[in-house]
Design a binder for this molecule. Structure first.
Ligand SMILES: [Zn+2]
Length: 207
């Protein structure tokens, strides 16, 4: 496993693999969803890591990452549509539209729904640009390239501004998240290899 490495989806994370449930997440999980008693990290005979097990009924609360579905909407003249975020995290910075996958929809449906909610644009999801692990946030971010097929640009309560950028004019220093940077960078490198993109961003904290 070590010779294979962490894989390209780990580029957006600094956290070492195998560190268990992030503390901030474990601190939000205190009670058994079955019986309401306290749950604690416990070594279980059949498991290779400690699990959050109920002290009363033994029910195990499994903690897995959530999936964030995002799109890179490309309009008719080949520009990339980005949003300036109106909520934290990343308030005031640029990102691609997206959000958490709901339990009753497909990833394609989530991509269409989130993009419509945040930009007013109807998109048709196309190729997968990438999947990016964020161990810090316990999420995996999926990035679709998407074709704008309808709708009208509008902002929402979560969006300050919706703007399209020529691929050579991406506002790299104003990008909100590490995963946004990697997704947009991978898209530019795939579709416009002639464009030079920054190989790293500055050291400020990202999500
Ligand atoms: Zn219980």
């Amino acid at each position: 496993m070590e010779s294979i490495g962490r894989g390209p989806d780990a580029r957006s994370t600094d956290i070492v693999s195998g560190g268990g449930t992030p503390r901030w997440l474990a601190s939000m999980l205190r009670h058994c969803s079955k019986c309401g008693a306290e749950i604690r990290l416990t070594a279980l005979p059949e498991e290779n890591r400690e699990r959050l097990a109920c002290t009363a009924c033994g029910h195990v609360t499994y903690v897995n990452p959530r999936l964030v579905v995002t799109t890179l909407p490309v309009d008719a003249d080949g520009s990339l549509v980005l949003i300036r975020r109106g909520i934290e995290p990343g308030y005031g910075s640029w990102a691609q539209p997206g959000g958490f996958l709901e339990v009753d929809e497909t990833v394609g449906e989530a991509a269409v729904r989130e993009t419509l909610e945040e930009t007013g644009l109807l998109v048709r999801p196309g190729e997968l640009v990438g999947l990016y692990s964020r161990l810090e946030a316990a999420v995996v971010t999926l990035v679709f390239e998407a074709e704008v097929v309808g709708g009208d640009v509008r902002t929402s309560s979560e969006t300050l501004e919706v703007r399209s950028f020529r691929p050579a004019e991406i506002p790299w220093e104003g990008i909100a998240f590490t995963t946004s940077y990697w997704g947009i960078r991978d898209w530019v490198e795939r579709r416009h290899p002639e464009i030079e993109v920054p190989q790293a961003l500055d050291g400020r904290e990202r999500f």
